[in-house]
Design a protein around this ligand. Structure first.
Ligand SMILES: *[C@@H]1O[C@H](CO)[C@@H](O)[C@H](O)[C@H]1NC(C)=O
Length: 195
């Protein structure tokens, strides 16, 4: 129920001109909504849904309660040799809780189809996952549409968070970082957000 209320509020904020979503990965990054594009059943048409992966799964389950049953979720990564690099300490408004980032990664690994940032300004980011103030973003660096299998973005977020972990008393319980894929003009951020 709380989830559905949250979706309604997000939908409302986007629908009403002049009302901006408060959360953004950094002050200079325009934020757009993530588009999920894929089949919700084997052999079915390709469909678009918008929101974080958690919101998209909730929306699809309104229509198809057993989603993603019967659909393949294993998808290839972008070419690992494209010189991707991780920059720690940037992304979101601060550090995120590793266990909730892992939760978001599980959602990304579990959903078939593609996660998309529509064409916009260079630096436009879409929040692809958020739970308990822990966000994952997909950002276009050149303003062109960015489309990757959500499960591949889960792998990237996992590496990003793992590479940039920290914590006290020997516990790596937070992470914050940016994994850049320069040859493909996108990056994935993990960090704090409000949700
Ligand atoms: C999904 O979005 C793409 C890109 O905007 C569009 O080409 C396609 O027709 C859309 N599919 C549906 C079913 O609306």
């Amino acid at each position: 129920m709380l989830n559905r209320i949250a979706i309604l509020f997000v939908g409302l904020a986007v629908a009403l001109p002049g009302i901006q979503l408060a959360a953004s990965p950094r002050a200079d990054a325009p934020v757009s909504r993530m588009i999920w594009r894929g089949q919700i059943e084997a052999g079915g048409p390709e469909m678009n849904f918008t929101g974080t992966v958690q919101e998209v799964v909730a929306q699809i389950r309104q229509i198809k309660p057993d989603f993603p049953a019967g659909l393949k979720t294993t998808m290839p990564l972008p070419n690992k040799d494209d010189g991707h690099e991780v920059q720690c300490g940037v992304g979101g408004s601060g550090t995120a809780d590793v266990s909730y980032i892992n939760d978001g990664i599980s959602y990304l690994h579990g959903i078939p189809g593609n996660c998309v940032v529509g064409a916009g300004n260079p630096g436009t980011c879409a929040r692809i996952s958020c739970s308990y103030n822990s966000g994952i973003w997909l950002c276009s660096e050149n303003g062109q549409e960015v489309l990757w299998p959500c499960s591949a973005l889960g792998d990237i977020a996992e590496n990003d968070c793992f590479t940039c972990q920290g914590g006290s008393g020997g516990n790596n319980n937070w992470c914050r970082g940016r994994e850049k894929w320069p040859a493909n003009n996108f990056h994935v951020d993990v960090g704090e957000d409000s949700c």
